[in-house]
Ligand binder design. Structure first.
Ligand code: AMP
Length: 593
């Protein structure tokens, strides 16, 4: 395969002067470059004119499927990219998910392949993750749903080869896949690539972050030399520019200029929280917003432990991590879309490219590794022109990362406080009023049903001498169950937290105070020592023990006394005279799973 190193439009001398974020390759031919303002998808949908896509000359089947999907006007990236791709040009696009980039490359490729009768695939799309591969394949399928005999196949790891092999054996137009599995099929000879005439690299920066560079180059080297190449990336680090230089031939360049505009739809916030209070802070955040939430954590282990804790608090939660089998992941995303699940606890890799419109809140429970990760995470909300919220948990040590993040994303991230009992209780009351107001029974127009309920109420009044307010209270009690409606836990740590984390000196003072409190408590005999059979060998730390005890019981972190961790056991001082139920819960607690 001859590499296109001499692409005449690229000027390598200037490379050093560009920083990581510089979106553009320097082109001698400036006409190649198109910078476009981001425009929320709402505005693309907004016009009732049905013919926004007519200008591209798409065949009727494509126009029909676009109408079925409710697309009225092309998004800016579609307006810029589609004509170039229809001309067969290579294309380098800097755009994030949410801009409509998938349709930008899928539609012209489908147009070109309409009526294709050959067996072997003509288009190969490479994506970093199986989730994105499935999504892109689904997009191709829906845009070609009215085109007869158009076949798209997704191939990715984590699932059986057999179905993929048999799909590849039949007629196929487009193959969408992840690098590893594509390589496997090419090596095994189960994916015929000799007729590939277009290669799309989608979310190229992600593929690089995930270490796929060698694989990508290997695959490109196997493909026919003469082909159209399309490269989309959310960011343009130098590695991506190098790939573009090496393989793209005189590409049209499109940059969705103001990525900020997209993230403007997302209100970005942070709160200070110490490690051992994170879970509590999370639960409090979810009191205010728990419908359509993604919580990002760093490890698979954390996804499960947090999901368990949230489930115990009554949330509908699911986990998305690399250990979950592919079909289960798809099922999870589907259930999230349909609202059967409200909260997803995910690792970064597993949630890449996730496109669920109802996500209203992204919680960065663990600080993201870099700016790109942060941008991808928060991009899971604010989808399709909707607004969204992103909250970042920051501890004392991460403070300077926060500043770096604000500088590199050129965004001011607004500080918020962990919701106090007062705020949570107000929210609960607000919800209660809404729920009662919305209750279907009150809205039941059926006169017979109404009469029956009025009978029940009369009965209660006559037989049990209940008045209206007694009945209403009893009904509300039934709804909320036996648990207390209001949060009464000690929330003084929240206020302390805010002051504490804002200044290191304060933190030290507080730590000293807390330690001396612990010692004092210990000395004044109000504690009892409990032995737990986990210790240093299990990788347990003080924070783990505190959070496990607080999560599994009603013991408040502040009332936990001295904690000593030995190799294979730990000693924890807890208040004397704990309730039997709490003691039973203590027997079962798990630390770090
Ligand atoms: P993408 O950037 O490809 O991930 O697309 C983001 C979302 O926008 C997807 O849900 C698409 O279905 C939707 N979308 C793409 N193009 C349009 C359009 N022209 N009008 C309305 N919605 C669109």
């Amino acid at each position: 395969m001859a590499l296109k190193k001499d692409s005449k439009s690229l000027d390598s001398d200037n490379e050093k002067s560009r920083n990581e974020d510089s979106p553009l390759l320097d082109l001698k031919n400036l006409e190649n470059k198109k910078e476009i303002e981001y425009q929320p998808l709402e505005e693309s949908k907004g016009n009732d004119n049905d013919s926004g896509f007519l200008e591209f000359g798409f065949n009727q089947s494509i126009l029909n499927s676009l109408r079925n999907k409710g697309y009225k006007n092309p998004t800016p990236i579609q307006k810029a990219a589609i004509p170039e791709l229809m001309l067969g040009r290579d294309l380098l696009g800097q755009a994030q998910t949410g801009t409509g980039k998938t349709a930008a490359f899928a539609l012209p490729l489908i147009e070109k392949l309409t009526g294709n009768k050959e067996i072997n695939a003509k288009v190969l799309v490479m994506t970093p993750t199986r989730e994105l591969a499935t999504q892109v394949a689904e997009s191709f399928k829906s845009y070609s749903s009215e085109s007869s005999n158009f076949k798209t196949v997704a191939i990715y790891g984590g699932t059986d080869y057999r179905n993929q092999i048999s799909a590849l054996r039949r007629k196929v137009d487009v193959v969408v896949g992840t690098p590893g599995r594509i390589m496997d099929h090419i090596r095994q000879g189960t994916f015929q690539i000799k007729d590939i005439s277009c290669l799309v690299l989608d979310e190229a920066d992600e593929m690089l972050n995930m270490g796929f560079l060698e694989d990508i180059e290997w695959i490109i080297d196997q493909l026919p030399e003469n082909k159209q190449m399309v490269l989309f990336s959310a960011t343009m680090p130098s590695e991506i520019r190098n790939i573009a230089k090496k393989y793209l031939n005189d590409p049209a360049e499109i940059l969705i200029k103001s990525v900020k505009k997209e993230t403007q739809l997302i209100s970005q916030k942070f709160l200070y929280v110490q490690r051992h209070h994170k879970l509590d802070a999370l639960k409090r955040i979810l009191e205010l917003n728990n419908e359509g939430v993604i919580i990002f954590v760093r490890t698979k282990l954390l996804t499960t432990s947090i999901a368990e804790a949230l489930e115990n608090s009554g949330h509908t939660v699911a986990v998305l991590n690399g250990d979950i089998p592919q079909n289960q992941r798809e099922n999870t995303v589907d259930r999230l879309k349909k609202g059967f699940i409200n909260i997803l606890v995910a690792t970064d890799v597993a949630a890449r490219g996730l496109d669920v419109e109802r996500i209203k809140l992204v919680v960065n429970y663990d600080f993201p590794f870099d700016k790109e990760t942060y941008t991808h995470r928060i991009g899971r909300t604010g989808r399709a022109g909707r607004s969204g919220e992103a909250i970042l948990f920051v501890n004392q040590r991460e403070k300077h990362f926060l500043r770096n993040l604000e500088n590199s994303t050129r965004t001011k991230i607004e500080e918020i406080n962990i919701p106090s009992n007062k705020i949570i209780n107000e929210k609960r009351m607000e919800k209660l009023i809404d729920n009662v107001n919305d209750s279907s029974l009150a809205k039941d127009e059926n006169e017979e049903n109404k009469a029956l309920i009025i009978d029940v109420l009369d009965n209660l009044k006559e037989k049990y001498s209940m008045d209206d307010s007694n009945i209403a209270m009893a009904a509300i009690n039934l709804v909320i169950g036996n648990k207390s409606f209001f949060v009464n836990e000690d929330d003084s740590w929240i206020h302390k937290q805010n002051n504490t984390d804002r200044s290191r000196s304060n933190r030290n003072i507080n730590n000293r105070m807390r330690n001396s409190n612990r010692r004092n408590n210990y000395q004044n005999d109000s504690f009892e020592t409990y032995k737990f059979n986990f210790g240093k060998f299990d990788g347990v730390r003080v924070a783990n023990i505190i959070s496990s005890i607080c999560n599994s019981t009603n013991i408040n972190g502040r009332s936990i006394g001295k904690i000593q961790i030995f190799n294979d056991y730990s000693l924890v001082d807890l208040p004397k005279d704990l309730h039997r139920e709490t003691k039973n819960k203590l027997k079962k607690i798990k630390v770090r799973n």
